[in-house]
Design a protein around this ligand. Structure first.
Ligand code: SG5
Ligand code: ZN
Length: 263
């Protein structure tokens, strides 16, 4: 799909988080959401995702996370509403998680860490014609973030969990079709925080309107254990490394306002 080009792969390694690599922009992500400092915006509309499970195409272990990729050559799976003026096309979703259930999310809420965080990545198809173009622009991307908590088994997620052993190693890809991304959203998508930020992996561009769901979803410990059985390393490498702690460190707010859709 359009956003699965491999040109940034060499940079996708946990070590890139070092101070030499991170740019000193003014709207970097992730951040801590301070609930009492967020500002209710009554003009924020309900979010209206409209996804076609038929656009789901494959799962790819890119050596940093696993990406469930969607065909984004047409406007079949789109996100609009909420803080967004334009239509944004779904190109992939992925997760960030920890080695234990005590941490793993990129964003935090009043410093609370979650064991994992889902990111659904969309690009502005009204203004741009390809993901690679949108990724360089201020209003190019919209990412929905959903926190994962340990609880009961998530039935929708299980189909994906079952497919993960096939992409255990870096650079492995398997066909994966008809997965409805909407099944991973919480029941209440009307309550969210939104702020202007960046990608949390290279190229770290300040292109993202973040939409962070207030309500989390529940997954079982066993389901997250399968995420942790994936590897950062390729089949050829001698020393195998578990794919865990694939989150970026938190970034300063630098005067930004986090808006909320709810009181
Ligand atoms: C961009 O950012 C990257 C993704 C990366 C997310 O969407 O895409 C590109 O730069 C492609 C040109 O990386 C890839 O798709 C690999 C080429 O996703 C990941 O690396 C998985 C963690 C990260 O976006 S995020 O800010 O939502 N975390
Ligand atoms: Zn992410």
């Amino acid at each position: 799909t359009a956003c699965s080009s491999k040109y940034v792969l060499s940079a996708l390694h946990p070590m890139w988080q070092g101070p030499l690599v991170a740019p000193g922009g003014n709207r970097q992500s992730p951040i801590d959401i301070r609930v009492r400092k967020s500002v209710f915006d009554p003009h924020l509309k309900p979010l209206t995702p409209d996804y076609d499970p038929g656009t789901c195409s494959q799962i790819w272990n890119n050596g940093y996370s696993f990406l469930v990729e969607y065909d984004d050559t047409t406007d079949k799976s789109i996100l609009k509403g909420g803080p967004l003026e334009d239509n944004f096309r779904l190109c992939q979703f992925h997760f960030h998680w920890g080695e234990s259930n005590a941490w793993g999310s990129e964003h935090t809420v009043d410093r609370r860490l979650f064991p994992a965080e889902l990111h659904m990545v969309h690009w502005n198809s009204n203004k741009y014609s390809r993901f690679e173009e949108a990724v360089m622009e201020e209003n190019g991307l919209a990412v929905i973030g959903v926190f994962l908590k340990i609880g009961k088994r998530h039935e929708g997620l299980q189909k994906l969990v079952d497919a993960l052993p096939a992409v255990r190693h870096k650079d492995s890809v398997v066909e994966f079709t008809r997965f409805d991304p909407a099944c991973l959203l919480p029941a209440n998508i009307d309550d969210y925080w939104t702020y202007a930020g960046s990608l949390t992996t290279p190229p770290l561009t300040e292109a993202v309107t973040w939409i962070i769901m207030k309500q989390h979803i529940e997954v079982s410990h066993d389901q997250l254990a399968v995420f942790r059985s994936l590897l950062f390393t390729s089949a050829e490498e001698e020393v195998q490394k578990s794919m865990v702690n694939n989150f970026r460190v938190q970034q300063p707010l630098r005067g930004r306002t986090v808006r909320s859709s709810f009181t």
